[in-house]
Design a protein around this ligand. Sequence first.
Ligand SMILES: CC(=O)/C=C/C=C(C)/C=C/C1=C(C)CCCC1(C)C
Ligand SMILES: CC(/C=C/C=O)=C\C=C\C=O
Ligand SMILES: [Fe+2]
Length: 528
Amino acid sequence: MATYPSTLGAAPKSFFLSNSLFNISLGTATPSRISSVKAAGECWTKHPAWTNVRQERWEGHLAVEGHLPTWLNGTYLRNGPGLWEVGDHSSHHIFDGYATLVRISFRRGCATGAHRQVESDAYKAARAHGRPLHREFSQLCPSEPGTLLDRVRDVVGLASGTLLTDNANVSVLPLGDGRVLCLTEATKGSVLIDPETLDTIGKFRYADRLWGLLQSAHPVVTGNELLTLLPDMFRRGHRVVRMAAGSNERKMVGRVHCRGGQAPGWVHSFAVTEKYIVVPEMPLRYSLAGVLKSQMTPWYLFDWLPESGSYMHAICRFTGKTVASVEVPPFMALHFINAYEQGDAIIADCCEYYADPSVIKALALRRLRSPGMNNDAFPDVRVARFSIPLDGTLMGELETVLDPEVHGRGVEMPSINPAYQGKEYRYVYACSARRPCNFLNCLTKIDLGEKEAKNWHELGSVPSEPFFVARPGGSDEDDGVVISIVSTMEGDGYALLLDAMTFQEIARVRLPYGLPYGFHGCWIPENV
Ligand SMILES: CC(=O)/C=C/C=C(C)/C=C/C1=C(C)CCCC1(C)C
Ligand SMILES: CC(/C=C/C=O)=C\C=C\C=O
Ligand SMILES: [Fe+2]
């Protein structure tokens, strides 16, 4: 890869990571093909999707292959982990990586782009000390093995939150008031960024007294407010809160009581309908010892307790009252797709792992970097539909929506047309699978009405969340494009644009090199 003289001011102290010099550069993206064909195993081991980002930051013009729609004017942002090795330290899990933001801006058929590390305290401390000093998803004990006093200090630091990470590597979202927030599941990991320069502006300070170490990293942002959940470790439930656009103050909507086990179920995401907030309670529950002390369970910070039951709760967005709390068949889901009201029930769709939490183990870096893709280690996952009765019935239902073979028994990182959030809808865009695979390697458009799917796949490529952007003024649900950032086995990277209706490729916007796998993106239309 060519590097360019920096025009962005003084470079930060350079340091070596994975044999690459971390520096800043500015330039024009050109493909960096590896000419010699390596053995497939070696390429998966070194795939950019789980290899450290090459540089601290880059920005420049991007070459376009194909044609960008002239109506596509705005900025696509994506957040996710991008740096797992610091000094001699290697992270264990994909969720541990320090946040890398990516920006692709579209204007009248042209594109520019950038990537940059989020300057969290955890990232800056790790850089300064050559090892992590904060506790990440799979890394509990920040001290080097030491005295009893060190250990006591760690336990106090974790319980009080001072040693918890603020590495905001899960999502990025516009608050609807010009501010853009990056999030992780620690409340202190709420970081404001500049969507153009990708500068870290600083911590987002909540101006309220809703104390709590944890939050959902997947708030639901509507036109005028943000809805989110704050897990309550001690009273076994979740506080449901809202924050109006333009405000820093969260206000209580209501409280959901979890019904099983000793601790609330892990909620990575939840769904809302027009009237209700739907809160899942799965048997993968927070481990009090895992979160608050230096102790790891076989499931990282969680316990898998199928005998503690699975439940779905719904509370009214306006009164805060729990309107349903029903037992459902056992389930394991990280991402809810959408929910809506239908007659006397709530329908809630999710990507469901057949009540098996092993996906979190499948995302350990050692597994992803293992040479064989042929052992098909990514667990089966389906589109599953909950029916939550609102008439007082005690049990809810869970069914598979369509034959999972049509999307390769893989469906994750879903997106929909945001105009259909909370409403009956037909199309889901998601990562899917061409088996055998150890990680999702396809994109899919699922038609929930016809129960069929269209897939996009290229051998050796890892595409991230396919994000739907609607054509302004379009009336069909699938009138728009889908944007996904793809990293290839050869080390290349590009933003792929698919026509959301036909799921055919319309353009590739070339990045200077393949980027690490990102989790969630957002769209900021121009002039808004
Ligand atoms: C990306 C994804 O699916 C989930 C990521 C979850 C993370 C990074 C969660 C991290 C944490 C907890 C679950 C509890 C303790 C705090 C913290 C390490 C942020
Ligand atoms: C489950 C997951 C990331 C969750 C983050 O929000 C990623 C799975 C990717 C599989 O290919
Ligand atoms: Fe997520």
